[in-house]
Write a new protein. Structure first.
Length: 495
């Protein structure tokens, strides 16, 4: 009898749910359509409307800096190869490269064809329940490219995600007693909360409550690393960019990297190499650490791995490290596939991009044309020593550092102006970058920490002719002298 009453009660509750007014088809039909913009609306949107929506819904503070550089006046209508095309038909040479995300240029025809084939064949995207032939093929390609026993791949969407996966794997391998991470001054590893803890920026870290098991040392200082490891046995992970991007394109010596590998082996420490910016051929080798004949325990890629058309990232680990951390059925899903990690069309894009990298000899091009560009920049440094302080980097990952503002002025006024150098940091590089776009149709980028540095990361398809266009433009601007550079910038702000 009790069971019968319980069953009747459940049936009444089920009927009440079905008959609830909230589930009525009539009410569902009354849902009002919001004022959505269509694809055509987005394509045809004028600059004024774009700016207003940016302020209303995206990042009003960022627009301030875009206005300073004149970027807010540009609406990109098309992008192909090395060039953007704006609303006026002006072709803009891209030496920014999306902070290294556009190694293959804009809309590479082979990458577009691979994506179209995928779409035309109605192939599957998310394969969480099944094996994915696309993820499997991409993982094979990455393992084939990577040296040593870097064989195990985790696929994600962003550099931060790949680096989070790398650090979690390292901690799983080392265990809680050796989970402390050593990182470098001026490091940039991402802005998600874990890797933000080893991104050396007070601005980005703000007042967030971050991971506190970290130790900071000067970049490229092997003695400082050895001292830290000897004094603190809880340090089990060393995480370093092979070439520091946000610091202004900074490299360590070959001896540092060979010494680091030996030191980590000696002390049982895992070395995580952040190759998000410097990897995928940008330095003239697929991984920048290959220049030094060493192999890390774990590395991470992103940016250009997506062929300039999709968000793709990868963590690649030595097989013994991966298997100890996640190699058993009980541990396999602790950091298993992400929902969009290994999504079909993204994998197809990356598979084609990696083949293009070798078919078109893009790494060789980056090494050769990059060396030519560096030599041309060094020539300008000799010509304009009061303006250019340093040229550094390798391949198509170069940094052009300008002098502090006081150093560009006559000796008599330098002492007084030097007190303003910190406040004016980044001014000259910004003025030059603005002039390159405004007067010469060339786009460059800047760096997070050393604001005096212009970051040059063009696509790996760049030619000597492209470099000559950029060098000629830069030479013309610098030939006018600092007074003209400043006065032209002020005039541009009034326009």
């Amino acid at each position: 009898m009790l069971l019968l009453k319980k069953k009747n009660t459940q049936e009444r509750e089920a009927r009440q749910v079905v008959e609830s007014p909230a589930m009525s088809p009539d009410l569902v039909a009354e849902i009002e359509r919001p004022p959505l913009l269509s694809v055509d609306d987005a394509i045809k949107m004028p600059l004024e409307r774009m700016s207003q929506l940016f302020v209303d819904h995206l990042n009003p503070g960022q627009l301030h800096f875009m206005k300073l550089l004149g970027f807010h006046k540009v609406k990109i209508e098309r992008a192909e190869g090395m060039f953007y095309t704006d609303q006026n038909g002006r072709k803009i040479l891209d030496f920014f490269g999306g902070f290294g995300s556009l190694s293959f240029g804009h809309n590479h025809p082979r990458i577009l064809a691979a994506r179209k084939r995928f779409q035309d064949e109605n192939r599957h995207e998310i394969a969480m329940a099944f094996l994915s032939q696309y993820a499997a093929a991409l993982a094979h390609n990455l393992a084939s490219i990577a040296p040593g026993d870097l064989d195990m791949v985790f696929l994600g969407s962003s550099g931060s995600e790949a680096m989070e996966a790398a650090l979690k794997l390292a901690e799983r391998y080392q265990g809680p007693k050796r989970s402390k991470i050593l990182f470098a001054e001026h490091a940039f590893h991402g802005k998600t909360k874990g890797v933000l803890s080893i991104t050396d920026s007070k601005l980005y870290q703000s007042e967030f409550n971050l991971v506190d098991d970290v130790v900071k040392v000067p970049f490229g200082d092997l003695d400082a690393i050895r001292t830290a490891l000897e004094n603190d046995p809880s340090i089990g992970i060393v995480c370093l960019e092979t070439i520091q991007g946000g610091a202004g394109i900074v490299e360590a010596s070959p001896e540092f990297w060979t010494g680091l590998r030996s030191l980590c082996d000696e002390m049982g420490v895992l070395w995580v190499a952040d190759e998000v910016q410097s990897g995928t051929g940008r330095s003239g080798r697929f991984f920048a650490f290959e220049h030094y004949g060493v192999v890390p325990d774990i590395t991470a890629l992103a940016k250009s791995l997506g062929g300039g058309k999709t968000a793709m990232a990868a963590m690649i680990a030595r097989k013994p490290v991966y298997m100890k951390a996640y190699g058993k059925p009980a541990t396999a899903l602790i950091h298993g596939p992400a929902t969009f990690g290994g999504i079909g069309e993204a994998c197809i894009t990356s598979i084609e991009a990696l083949n293009i990298m070798y078919d078109d000899n893009l790494m060789q091009n980056a090494a050769q044309v990059g060396a030519y560009m560096k030599a041309e920049l060094e020539r300008l440094q000799q010509k304009f020593p009061k303006l250019i302080k340093d040229v550094r980097g390798r391949g198509f990952m170069l940094g052009l550092e300008f002098q502090d503002f006081s150093r560009t002025m006559p000796m008599a006024v330098r002492p007084a102006l030097s007190m303003l150098d910190e406040k004016l940091k980044g001014s000259l590089s910004g003025f030059v970058g603005s002039a390159l776009l405004r007067e010469h149709d060339v786009l460059v980028a800047f760096t997070e920490y050393n604001r005096n540095v212009v970051r040059l990361q063009p696509p790996l398809i760049a030619t000597r002719e492209n470099v000559d266009q950029f060098i000629t433009a830069l030479d013309t601007i610098l030939s006018g002298g600092v007074v003209k550079i400043v006065s032209d910038f002020i005039k541009s702000q009034r326009g």
